[in-house]
Design a protein around this ligand. Structure first.
Ligand SMILES: [Zn+2]
Length: 115
């Protein structure tokens, strides 16, 4: 799969994640999706708050802000229902709640070892 094919698949799958969230009583707003390398640095380069190898720089990650009953849910554990669903959509789907430093609002697809 090329990077472009994976980016388009990622975008489609995020649509399914959004639908799943709303069907389960959650609401979402977008946090970071694409992080433009002109601002955040090329892959491997650390600039601003982005990690140097972030897949946000490759259009393969989105951070969602999660709400239920109007309340902003901020913990990684709050995202678990969505994270577990996300991982069922494709073998390359990764959820930030599984990272060694949990990042529960981060939904991504693996690309060349980067998540
Ligand atoms: Zn992220």
């Amino acid at each position: 799969m090329t990077l472009g094919q994976k980016q388009r698949l990622f975008t489609r799958l995020t649509g399914l994640l959004i639908e799943f969230a709303y069907e389960n009583g959650y609401e979402l707003t977008y946090g970071d999706a694409y992080r433009d390398p002109r601002a955040f640095g090329q892959v491997g380069e650390k600039r601003l708050y982005s990690s140097s190898n972030s897949v946000h720089k490759s259009r393969l990650a989105v951070d969602f802000n999660l709400f239920k009953d109007g309340k902003f849910l901020t913990s990684s554990e709050d995202h678990r229902t969505l994270g577990e669903f996300w991982k069922t959509l494709h073998p390359d789907c990764c959820w930030g709640g599984d990272f060694s430093r949990p990042d529960g609002n981060h939904y991504s697809m693996e690309w060349r070892g980067r998540k």
